[in-house]
Design a protein around this ligand. Structure first.
Ligand SMILES: CCCCCCCC(=O)CC(=O)SCCNC(=O)CCNC(=O)[C@H](O)C(C)(C)COP(=O)(O)OP(=O)(O)OC[C@H]1O[C@@H](n2cnc3c(N)ncnc32)[C@H](O)[C@@H]1OP(=O)(O)O
Ligand SMILES: NC(=O)C1=CN([C@@H]2O[C@H](COP(=O)(O)OP(=O)(O)OC[C@H]3O[C@@H](n4cnc5c(N)ncnc54)[C@H](O)[C@@H]3O)[C@@H](O)[C@H]2O)C=CC1
Length: 288
């Protein structure tokens, strides 16, 4: 194990619970933080389901399942969670002000040597770190992919103030999780992956708006023509349409018209159709 034994994950939603689970599976001592016990219970339920799948497919020993859960502690207190950690992964919602406030609270309570990773999908790392004054050198983009327990990549993003030591420690943590990394060496909203992803997704949304085909056929075209495991609309439901809309809104502000979120996507989020997590999005998930 590296010197990054103790890890706190802030936010236990779609991404945070997977990052916490994976870290515990790879031997880290993990503290998972969310705003309420209800949210933490929901995160633990997702982790339990995922661990069961690993056990069922023979990728995890039934005996090791309990050890993984023993290494994972939950709390609603950021101060308590980060007091002795080596690294923090922030995975709260995709809003600059919320991320800045959470990291400011982390800095107030974490050891000065702790690395501060943010799992933002597209926000500027420099802007997030700007709330931390002299501590900005400790902030690095650590962009995981959903589901974090299975996807092979972590995209590391260097902000203007990120120190080489911070990047090196983030690389060591990703390696300890068995991940490959790419480094986006110049901070730019959307980095490498979210800009690629958004281009395909925007075309799918425009095709839907233009009535070219059903959602099923738009997704099937991408899956079968290009061998993608999921189509772009299916993937939106998988990510969560609220997070997807927040990400597009940021990309639109940074890169202009090509990423303008369509009104239909805004309407779906306003109506609470958030994809898998609410039971309905581009598709009906109420039975799954
Ligand atoms: C504007 C841009 C910004 C947008 C918003 C932000 C987004 C981001 O910032 C970044 C992102 O995450 S983008 C999304 C990246 N993720 C993807 O593209 C996922 C695509 N899907 C897949 O790879 C597979 O469908 C997947 C791997 C998910 C599932 O595989 P399959 O399709 O083959 O389905 P299954 O047969 O169900 O699963 C295969 C094996 O894996 C096991 N498994 C699946 N999920 C699991 C989980 N969560 N935990 C544990 N095990 C799991 C499953 O049991 C099965 O195992 P075997 O039976 O042994 O093969
Ligand atoms: N959903 C996805 O597929 C991906 C999302 N991301 C990024 O990861 C981050 C989290 O996204 P999701 O997990 O999808 O969101 P989510 O909405 O599923 O989960 C966010 C969690 O953060 C918690 N939270 C909010 N404020 C908090 C605070 N002050 N302290 C502690 N917890 C707090 C919420 O209660 C919620 O449980 C975002 O920045 C998103 O852009 C990155 C890769 C993929």
């Amino acid at each position: 194990m590296t010197d990054l034994q103790r890890v706190a994950v802030i936010g236990g939603g779609v991404m945070g619970n997977g990052i916490a689970q994976l870290s515990a599976m790879k031997g880290h001592d993990v503290r998972l933080v969310d705003v309420s016990q209800e949210r933490l219970d929901s995160a633990l339920a997702s982790i339990g389901t995922s661990l069961d799948r690993f056990v069922k497919s023979g990728k995890l020993d039934a005996g090791d399942r309990a050890d993984v859960l023993d290494r994972l502690r939950t709390t609603t207190s950021v101060a308590d969670a980060v007091s002795d950690v080596d690294l923090v992964v922030e995975a709260v919602l995709e809003r600059l002000d919320v991320k800045q406030a959470v990291l400011a609270e982390v800095v107030a309570h974490a050891p000065v040597a702790a690395v501060l990773g943010t799992n933002t999908s597209q926000l500027s790392i420099t802007a997030i770190a700007s709330a931390l004054g002299d501590e900005a050198h400790r902030v690095v983009g650590m962009h995981f992919f959903n589901p974090a327990v299975l996807m092979r990549l972590v995209e590391l993003v260097v902000g203007l103030e990120t120190s080489p030591e911070t990047l090196a420690r983030a690389e060591a943590y990703a390696a300890s999780l068995g991940k490959e990394t790419v480094v986006c060496r110049k901070d730019s909203p959307g980095f490498l992956t979210s800009r690629f992803s958004a281009i395909l997704r925007m075309e799918a949304l425009h095709m839907l708006e233009e009535g070219l085909a059903t959602p099923e056929d738009i997704d099937k075209a991408v899956k079968l023509a290009f061998n993608h495991p999921m189509g772009p609309l299916e993937l939106g439901d998988f990510n969560g349409l609220d997070t997807y809309l927040d990400a597009l809104t940021g990309l639109h502000a940074a890169h202009g018209e090509r990423f303008r979120p369509p009104v239909e996507l805004k309407n779906m989020v306003a109506a609470g159709r958030l994809g898998r997590k609410s039971g309905r999005g581009f598709y009906d998930h109420s039975g799954s």
